[in-house]
Design a protein around this ligand. Structure first.
Ligand code: HEM
Length: 458
């Protein structure tokens, strides 16, 4: 059976400079194949030490049991601050805890139901766009998945579709930003010495400022609507009107701008990447595609009804499998703050700890057939056990992604809506090579040929 694409690993031993060069090109192919079997690996150079931990006990210790002792590293903040300011993604300690106390209620339980109509409408708009776009041509599906995921975020956060002038401006500004900062995270993953040239150049700062100006406009406008009592009941209003239960203080406009920036980035880049890979996998495995398309007919029985998600079981299994094989956030970086012992090795304060969903999800000692696409695996004992200790597309512990439930509704829904309307095929000679940019993307896009399965829906 064909295996889905996996980047070639580098040879075991390379010089630091070769490593840095490879790293600059792509974090995934810069790593040796032994990381898919190892429990822990050390990267030691003149300037830094970092440890990649695949041992589930260590993953649990860092993310779940003692997260306060392994905060996000300052170096991550340095690279991302121009865009994300003091957003919840970057903060630590009490500031972070307070921000989560305000944000989390907006994503809890029943609230997901409130966001569902917006996801449904964005899905409908995407299918309509695809009908216009395809015309027998192969398309880079990542463009469309970025578009629809951004649309979902705007509709759920601010009740505006992506066609809205400001929403479109933010979306395009983010794209321009990513072009100037394709290795935005490099400084974070590689703790380089202070004198080493940084990669967030002048232009990156300028695009970040432009994005923040646009978001400030949206947020200030919303603050006025809340004050006047005519704000729509969406995610932005929920977050801006929730006081911290401990201090009674909510976000001011500046803080909200930081949070909107991360919701937009974390919420649309990741979902776009996962959906693009899931669609590619359906194209590669037509028998699964047919089953998902058939299941998707359930969408016609109760359009827009939240309960329909319960009927999309196969779509959910495919989406979970896509998140396993191509986790949009391939690596998480933390910093040790006190002396530790990891698998009998001493860890010093300041050492970087890398948790790698990319390697854990394909770990040869944990998963049966780790590189194979098999959505049916989720019914097996092996996958159930592995999922508990080696499946973290959304991270785990107190810093777990607050949008996980949201993403697990959005992803299977959009996958089903597209599979219901189109037959998907891979394009000969255009096998996507996974690379880690801001998220895991196809090196030259993810190309598919779509043909209508049935006529366009009203
Ligand atoms: C398939 C979709 C998604 C994936 C795979 C994903 C994955 C992740 C991961 C792995 C983290 C932890 C990063 C780290 O600790 O370094 C994270 C954090 C976060 N995600 Fe998501 N995410 C997704 C969708 C979303 C959505 C839809 C939203 C919001 C609407 C969102 C908002 C956030 C925020 C605010 C954080 C920071 C949480 C904190 O540090 O306390 N994500 N996400």
């Amino acid at each position: 059976m064909t295996l889905p694409p996996k980047p070639a690993a580098r040879p075991d031993r390379v010089s630091l400079w070769r490593y840095l060069r490879l790293f600059r090109q792509d974090i995934l192919s810069a790593q040796p194949a032994r990381l898919y079997r190892a429990w822990m690996a050390e990267f030691r150079t003149l300037f830094f030490r970092s440890y990649l931990c695949n041992d589930p006990e260590l993953v649990s210790r860092v993310l779940k049991d003692r997260p306060q002792d392994f905060p996000k590293s300052n170096r991550i903040r340095e690279g991302l601050r121009p865009l994300l300011g003091n957003s919840v993604f970057l903060t630590n300690g009490e500031t972070w805890a307070r921000q989560r106390r305000i944000i989390d209620p907006a994503f809890e339980g029943g609230k997901l139901r409130d966001s569902f109509p917006a996801m449904w409408q964005a899905g409908g708009a995407s299918v309509a766009r695809l009908h216009l776009k395809i015309d027998k041509q192969a398309i880079d599906i990542e463009e469309e998945t970025s578009h629809v995921a951004a649309d979902v975020i705007f509709r759920t956060l601010f009740s505006i579709p992506i066609e809205d002038e400001t929403a479109a401006a933010v979306f395009h500004a983010f794209r321009a930003h990513q072009r100037t900062a394709p290795v935005l995270n490099l400084g974070a993953f590689l703790p380089l010495p202070r004198w080493f040239p940084r990669f967030h150049a002048h232009k990156t700062k300028a695009t970040a400022q432009h994005i923040r100006r646009l978001i400030t406009h949206l947020t200030a406008e919303r603050a006025q609507q809340i004050a006047r009592g005519n704000a729509p009941d969406d995610l932005a209003t929920k977050i801006m009107t929730t006081p911290d239960p401990e201090t009674g203080r909510g976000f001011d406009t500046d803080e909200m701008v930081d949070q909107v920036a991360i919701f937009f980035l974390a919420g649309h880049e990741t979902s776009a990447s996962a959906l693009a890979w899931a669609l590619y996998l359906l194209a590669l495995y037509p028998e699964w595609q047919e089953r998902v398309a058939e299941e998707a007919l359930a969408l016609d029985t109760a359009p827009g009804d939240f309960a329909v998600l319960g009927a999309l079981r196969l779509s959910r299994a495919v989406f979970r499998e896509a998140l396993r094989l191509y986790p949009p956030v391939p690596m998480l970086v933390r910093e040790a703050t006190c002396p530790e012992t990891f698998r009998e090795r001493p860890i010093r304060p300041g050492d970087q700890i890398v948790l790698s969903p990319w390697h854990l999800h394909r770990h040869e000692r944990i998963w049966d057939a780790p590189d194979a696409f098999d959505p049916a695996r989720w019914e097996t004992e092996n996958a159930r056990t592995a999922a508990r200790c080696a499946y973290l597309p959304f991270s785990t512990g107190p810093r777990v992604c607050p949008g996980a439930g949201f993403a697990m509704a959005e992803g299977p829904l959009l996958l089903s809506m597209i599979a219901r309307d189109f037959v998907l095929e891979p394009v000969a000679g255009r096998t996507p090579v996974p690379v880690a940019q801001l998220t895991v993307r196809g090196k030259d896009g993810i190309w598919l040929r779509l043909t209508p399965r049935r006529s366009q829906r009203p």
